[in-house]
Design a protein around this ligand. Structure first.
Ligand code: AMP
Length: 210
């Protein structure tokens, strides 16, 4: 089974995907995490995608699909995947059909103001990727990860100028996926502002019905 988390940047896809992958035997596949890891390692792919992430633009479909499909061919992806940040447009969704497509698209909905607030206050652990928020989910110790004690950072693309571009990309490229999967009866809507444990519970119920 393949589950996709759909929603604008900052809607909580990463946190929900991490939490869900602890509950179900599906791997968490975040294209954003793969790209950021490659940039950190300064691999050839990382150097290619760096400018797209810096500017909040989508990485070209061909490269993105190549990266995702390579991961899908690995043994642990056989039972299924929780996609976080993929597909990002209809072309990617169509390409994914050859790999089983998406059984359920969980749509995280929130208003624009909360959306921007979430992005501006987000903090991420450099080491383990745990996600916090200055106001809504602060770490126990300032700027320090509760899980591994490493330093927390803001994502470079969570700067206001880049946020605008990312939300524009979402509206123009990703939003049409709601109709793409909606007409196929695969969209399940959730209120992104619910507390994390409740979101996990509701998402599991939705996924379970598929
Ligand atoms: P995310 O962590 O999902 O917010 O993604 C961060 C950035 O990675 C995006 O702004 C894009 O530059 C790039 N990215 C992630 N997923 C995709 C995708 N499916 N297609 C194209 N670019 C992507």
């Amino acid at each position: 089974m393949n589950v996709m988390l759909l929603g604008p940047p900052g809607s909580g896809k990463g946190t929900l995907a991490k939490n869900l992958s602890l509950e179900v035997p599906l791997i968490h596949l975040s294209t954003g995490d793969i790209f950021r890891g490659a940039i950190q390692r300064q691999s050839p792919m990382g150097r290619t995608v760096e400018c797209y992430l810096r500017e909040g633009k989508l990485v070209p479909d061909e490269l993105t699909c190549e990266v995702v499909f390579e991961r899908l061919r690995e043994e642990d992806a056989r039972r299924g995947v929780i996609f976080d940040g993929f597909p990002r447009n209809v072309a990617q969704a169509e390409a994914l059909e050859a790999y089983g497509g998406v059984d359920c698209a969980v749509l995280l909905e929130l208003d624009r103001e909360s959306n921007i607030g979430r992005l501006v206050g987000r903090l991420v652990c450099k080491e383990c990727g745990s996600i916090y928020h200055l106001k809504f989910l602060p770490p126990k110790v300032r700027n320090t990860c509760d899980v591994c004690n490493s330093e927390l950072k803001r994502r470079p693309d969570d700067q206001l100028e880049v946020i605008g571009k990312r939300l524009e990309e979402y509206r123009d490229q990703t939003y049409p996926l709601i109709e793409y999967y909606g007409t196929r009866g695969k969209v399940e809507r959730l209120d992104a502002l619910l507390p994390a444990p409740e979101l996990v519970k509701l998402a599991l119920e939705k996924i379970g019905t598929f």
